[in-house]
Design a protein around this ligand. Structure first.
Ligand code: F3S
Length: 399
């Protein structure tokens, strides 16, 4: 790789330990993937924040880097293993909380914004079209590449941190236009009626376009919440973290329709639901906000749950970022949801919180949420926001 004088100095340790380690990581990655140089990034999004996934070895690694590592660009964090303010109400142990705070303190010392969300684009880390980034969380990476038209590979936690300390990333993969060309045409021949249908569509396309970049036609309209759900699902179930939807995503006009075509029919959506849903009726946890809820989704939940009560024996969690929750506080949505017995799970989510063994069943709007909750040994149901609120209030899945 061609390094500038300044990059070489960092590699030689002239800017301290963290910059040296970071350059070693970036150069090694660049050499593996055939990058010729490093490029500037506009922002970084770091995953690997939950103590549940990091353990003591990860915490030690972060503490070492935090001694002299300071980020050079806007850097935000993925969800942590707990709500950083109200962790007790989510049943997190004091021992876990203590370790999670140490992780957060290490990130703070590095100059990272403790945003703890997988929707950084909703809270101030909003890239521009064509901007190069080093983001890690798969749904956010897919959103940045596809919905915004920015350019990022799916970084691991350490390589994203390294990019934050250097302000650069190796130029390979999805940073290069030749690797961003759609290679399968997906014709959608069915109507998407509710939010969870987008998760089912992501499942269906992910399976048919495994490791490919889909160019999707047949979709007439989409809103932000539908697209963020679709981003989470399509990449979880197999496609690359980049897609084009004709007439909807900004770079779709620069693409030509690939020759290879697959279709998505109503039967594919049904098949997705059949595969994502388990046989279960009693619901112990309802969790919405995967990816983290927008203020519009919280408004919708408020309208649905107003005047009702969450069933005894069932928990209802609304996962979102601290910033969006603050907006919900001001608008009075939080008070309504909490009066109904719902809980906010800020800064965290059902996949990274230590939930294994705590709940036997989950209802959610999210296909990705179902995928990770099965790993936490839960039986899963996916449906609309209405169906999820209904499950929270009755403790049952009725459809
Ligand atoms: Fe976000 Fe967690 Fe879902 S990181 S996309 S809420 S699994």
């Amino acid at each position: 790789m061609q390094l500038t004088e300044q990059e070489q100095k960092m590699l030689n340790g002239k800017e301290g330990y963290a910059a040296k380690k970071s350059m070693e990581i970036l150069v090694a990655l660049g050499e593996i993937f055939g990058a010729e140089n490093l490029i500037d990034v506009g922002s970084v999004q770091v995953a690997g924040v939950s103590y549940h996934n990091l353990g003591d070895a990860g915490l030690e690694f972060l503490d070492e880097l935090a001694k002299d590592g300071r980020v050079k660009v806007l850097t935000t964090l993925n969800p942590a293993g707990m709500d950083l303010e109200d962790w007790q109400q989510l049943g997190i142990s004091p021992e876990f909380a203590e370790k999670q705070y140490l992780v957060i303190k290490a990130f703070e010392r590095m100059g990272i914004l403790v945003s703890c969300t997988c929707t950084p684009y909703l809270i101030g880390n909003l890239p521009l079209f064509g901007e190069h980034l080093a983001w890690s969380e798969s749904s956010a990476v897919t959103f940045a590449n596809s919905v915004i038209g920015a350019k990022t590979n799916r970084e691991g936690g350490p390589s994203a941190l390294a990019a934050a300390f250097v302000g650069k990333t190796p130029c390979y993969g999805l940073h290069l236009d030749e690797n961003r060309v759609a290679d399968v045409h997906v014709q959608v021949n069915t109507r998407l009626a509710k939010l969870s249908d987008w998760g089912a569509l992501g499942y269906a396309i992910g399976k048919k376009a495994e490791n490919k970049i889909p160019y999707i036609t047949g979709i007439k309209k989409a809103d932000l919440d539908e697209l963020k759900s679709f981003c989470a699902s399509i990449v979880t179930y197999g496609a690359k973290p980049l897609f084009y939807i004709k007439g909807i995503t900004p770079a779709s006009e620069q693409q030509t329709q690939p020759k290879e075509t697959v279709t998505i029919e109503a039967a594919d959506i049904k098949n997705a639901y059949d595969n994502i849903n388990d046989q279960v009726t009693d619901i112990e946890l309802v969790c919405v906000g995967c990816p983290h809820c927008s203020i519009k989704e919280i408004m919708e939940i408020t309208e649905l749950i107003q005047g009702k009560k969450v069933a005894a024996g069932t928990e209802f969690w609304v996962a979102t970022s601290r910033s969006v929750k603050q907006l919900a506080d001001k608008r009075g949505y939080t008070a309504v949801i909490e009066a109904a017995g719902g809980k906010f799970a800020c800064d965290t989510c059902m996949a990274v919180a230590p939930l294994k063994g705590r709940f036997k069943s989950l209802a959610t709007t999210s296909a990705k949420g179902c995928f990770y909750s099965r790993q936490n040994l839960m039986k899963t149901k996916m449906g609309s926001m209405e169906e999820c609120v209904e499950a929270a209030v009755t403790g049952k899945w009725n459809s």
